[in-house]
Design a protein around this ligand. Structure first.
Ligand code: GLP
Length: 257
C-alpha cells in the first residue's frame, strides 16, 4: 500500500483527482470503479471540474461498487440517484457507459453474474475508487464477508444501517440488504484508490493498514493488492502506529536514479 497522510480531505481529494484525471488523459476509455458516500464527493468535484475545463469523460466506462436492494432507482437515496446527482450529470459521460448493480433484479444471482461479466467484457476495472465503512467494510462487504467473494446480495449490519440513516428520514427506511461487488471483485481492479477521512474512520483505517488480513476487516484484504493507493487525513490516521514513518516515506520516496 502506498499511504499518503494529508492535512485535509481537500488536499487528499486533489491528489486523488490528479490520478484519475491523468489516467483519463492517457486512456480516454478508462474503466472506473466508483463508490458512494460522503467521502468521494470532493474527488468527484475534481473530476467534473476537470471535465468542465476540457477533459472529456465521453468514452469513460464506470461500474459502481454497490446498490441498495429493493429501493427504487428514482428514490434520492438510491446509489444510482446519488451517482447521477453528484457526478454523472456534471460530466459529458455517455450514461449508457455508467453501471450500477440492479437493486431491483428479480433473479439476483443472474444479475450479479451479469454485472461481473460486463466488467470483464470492459477489460476489468482500471481504477477502483473506495471509501471505508466505520467497521472496515468496502463496498457493502461487511465484517465476516469472504475475502474472495464476487458480486452478491449482502445483509447489512445494524451499524451500517445506523451510519446510513443520515441519508434517510428514519432508520426503518434504510434497506436491510444491498447488492455489492465482492472483495474478490474489488481485488481484481488494476489500481485501488482508497480515501478515508475523519476520526470515526480511525479504527477501520488501523485495521485496514496495520491489522492482520482478515474477513473481520474486509478492507484489510487490500494489503494483498499490488497497487493500492491510500489517501487519508490526519484524523483518520490518528491511530496508526507507523504514522510518522508513512509521512517520512512520503517525503523521501524510494527512487532509483
Ligand atoms: C457505504 C458505502 C461504502 C462507503 C461507506 C462509507 O456503506 N456502501 O462504499 O465507503 O458507506 O461512507 P462515507 O464515505 O459516507 O463515510
Amino acid at each position: 500500500m502506498q499511504i499518503t497522510i494529508c492535512k485535509t480531505p481537500e488536499e487528499a481529494s486533489r491528489l486523488a483527482g490528479e490520478i484519475v484525471n491523468n489516467a483519463i488523459k492517457k486512456n480516454p476509455k478508462l474503466v472506473l470503479g466508483l463508490a458512494t458516500g460522503s467521502t468521494p464527493l470532493l474527488l468527484y468535484k475534481e473530476m467534473y471540474t476537470a471535465c468542465k475545463a476540457g477533459l472529456s469523460y465521453k468514452k469513460v466506462r464506470t461500474f459502481n461498487l454497490d446498490e441498495y436492494y429493493g429501493l427504487p432507482v428514482e428514490k434520492p437515496q438510491s446509489y444510482r440517484s446519488f451517482m447521477n446527482e453528484n457526478l454523472f450529470n456534471h460530466l459529458d459521460i455517455d450514461m449508457k457507459n455508467t453501471h450500477v448493480p440492479d437493486g431491483l433484479a428479480k433473479d439476483v444471482e443472474k444479475s450479479c453474474a451479469q454485472y461481473e461479466k460486463m466488467m470483464k467484457a470492459a477489460g476489468g476495472v482500471d481504477i477502483q475508487v473506495l471509501g471505508i465503512g466505520g467497521d472496515g467494510h468496502i463496498g457493502f462487504n461487511e465484517p465476516g464477508s469472504s475475502l474472495v467473494s464476487r458480486t452478491h446480495l449482502v445483509t447489512l449490519t445494524p451499524r451500517t444501517i445506523k451510519d446510513n440513516t443520515r441519508f434517510f428520514t428514519k432508520s426503518s427506511e434504510v434497506p436491510r440488504y444491498a447488492i455489492s461487488m465482492g472483495v474478490g471483485t474489488v481485488m481484481e481492479a488494476k489500481c485501488c484508490l482508497m480515501l478515508c477521512f475523519g476520526k470515526n474512520k480511525a479504527d477501520a483505517v488501523k485495521g485496514m493498514i496495520e491489522g492482520g488480513v482478515s474477513q473481520f476487516c474486509p478492507a484489510s484484504a487490500l494489503q494483498y493488492h499490488p497497487n493500492t493507493i491510500v489517501f487519508i487525513d490526519e484524523a483518520a490516521a490518528s491511530k496508526l502506529t507507523l504514522k510518522a514513518y508513512y509521512k517520512w516515506a512520503c517525503q523521501h520516496p524510494a527512487k532509483l536514479n
